[in-house]
Design a protein. Sequence first.
Length: 264
Amino acid sequence: MRLTDLKPYFTVKSSPFRAQPLSAIKPLAAEDVMVIFAPISLSAVLPTALLSRHERQRCEQFRFLEDRQRFLTCHAIKRVAIGQIMSIPPQELAFCTDSRRKPKLRDNAMFFNLSHSGKWIAVALCANREIGVDVQSTPHNGIELPWGMLRHPDECCSYDMTSFLRIWTLKEAASKCCGKGLTLDFTTLYTQNAGPTGYQCLAGIYRWYACHFKLACGTAISVAAESAWRRLRLVRISQPFTHIIDKTVGRPLAAHQIVCERRR
């Protein structure tokens, strides 16, 4: 990840992606948003025993290996991260869906959202408000970008891949935050740069606060919440040094965390 993507909006409060055990990740404060991202190659060290029986069945139904890798990595990291923050064994977490079919914890103890694309997955967590996240890998060269179904009439953009990934992921994150997903007409959703808060997504009387950043591989990630947050915690999970062992997972995992505080 390029730290320069965050500097206009946040003050960095910790060293960039300092490796630490996953178990060292602290609980979320009320004003925190955490975005965890990880490569799907982690599926090689994540046991399917972390998943529920229903999740394992869903994972096995995917025909292609990469789809199974994305599902396993996404849902295993979801359980490990939430379990770590809430001090609950990952396998004991109970999930359901709300009236909008948006996944949630059965006891509503924390809000979360999942996304995956290409070689990456993302999990967004927030203690006290709805959250949405979208990760999007760069499409293949030559693909026609669907600007007609994306751009609001008043949005200014350069019609290049960078603009497309930014606008698409911002709108997708906002729509997932409110539980509408792709059923929301993106041409009615207006994105604007909002200085110290990153971006805002507007649709009539509705407003979402968002941040957009990129991984070094060209994959874009956006996160959106119903209200502004103070602290953004970015956590990259990797397979690290052999001396960092997470007992929950049973295999080496490390968290490389950077904490950014929104400038007031």
